[in-house]
Design a protein around this ligand. Sequence first.
Ligand code: ZN
Length: 501
Amino acid sequence: METKLRELKGRLAEVFDLNMANALLGWDQSTYMPPGGAEARGRQMSTIGTIAHQKATDEEIGTLLEDLRPYEQSLPADADDAALIRVARRGYEQLVRVPSDLIGEIYAHGAASYDAWVKARPANDFAAVRPYLERSLELSRRLANCFPGYQHIADPLIDINDYGMRAESVRAIFAELRAELVPLVQTICAQPPADDSCLRRGFSEAQQLAFGERIIRAFGYDYSRGRQDKTHHPFMTKFSLGDVRITTRVREDNLSEALFSTLHESGHAMYEQGIERSFEGTPLANGTSAGVHESQSRLWENQVGRSQSMWQHFYPQLQAEFPAQLADVSLDRFYRAINKVQRSLIRTDADEVTYNLHVMLRFDLELALLEGSLEIRDLPEAWNARYLSDLGIAPPSDSDGVMQDVHWYGGMIGGGFQGYTIGNILSAQFFATARAAHPEIDAEISQGTFGTLHKWLRENIYRHGSKFTTDELVQRVTGGPLSIAPYMAYLRQKYGELYQI
Ligand code: ZN
């Protein structure tokens, strides 16, 4: 059995390495690659993706997984080896249903589509990306149809990112949340808006980057196993557990942009950096789902990063860094500015109260596209109509509407958006559990130290990687299933105080 397990791990490590090499090409494409590299890069990523897929679906892996079944069953379910075999089998059974050439097409198309979006967005040229989106939709449908027997065509795509969830279960959670969120948004937006002009006074790029770095070092992001670079649309990526990188974009006329995207991506990165090192090279060396991953970024960005306690410590330092811009701005005014709630157009800039409305409407649009009840050519109009009905505003251009971010332009449509809202819900559920276990966390945060919180997250969430499913992890950590109650309680308390409602 030991020989067979070693053989399995060796084969899985090859696949892992190829995927990580592809991630490096993707990181380069989004950061430093000159435009002339786009075409060949698409081909290169497609080549490597195809080889990785061939290796991952080699029949020998299937045989090894079968041979190892008695060994797996002899172990406790939460033993590392049992989890490795279980998670590897799940991945294998998923991948063998997808033909290698489809994977290659998705990679090649994704690179070309991304390139088209980068050019089309500043030009407000939806017509230029329309054929790419049509192809993305076709490829996404083909991928979903590799998994026949679904209830909804989005189910297989959701399952890839958030194992165990379906369109129906996500809709149920969203309906419950929406019923509580919409009246809260209406009450808040009936109040005079917070004044956030202090965030738009002109802040040098280098100082912004340095300040963000100071905070995430304090959070516990390990720079000896990471780095930060600039990009169009911030993301986290990893090439091994020893090299977990983040990216950001800086606007000198908007202090929030780089700062909060940095805190956000550091949360994703600390999750990956905290995974048990012995999982390296195996399918366990990943966060367990999109939703749990997003809970970790949101926890640091919002629960911690937009808290009054954290800025009690960091705001005097920020004022010292930018005296001309912030000397006359009180902590209270700054705290209100970074928590301004407003109906807005751009999801990634949205405050934490209205954010989920953006996610829900995009989830619905994705389902409609996949079902075939909405055509790509009608997407901008449908987008604008939903923004008007859900958020009360319509985008003046497609650049700030349907082309606002990279999603849908990376080659796939569907299966990705639910994770953002699941993440918000879980961020509050996990944070409430950590604070209940360690009431000293609040006082530590107000002193700019995060050791107790980071250690709790590492022990309870990070180190397990993909060993437990989302449902298992939530149950293990919080003692109950996913619940919107802690999230709504958090929003009501924080914004109740801010807006005296
Ligand atoms: Zn994220």
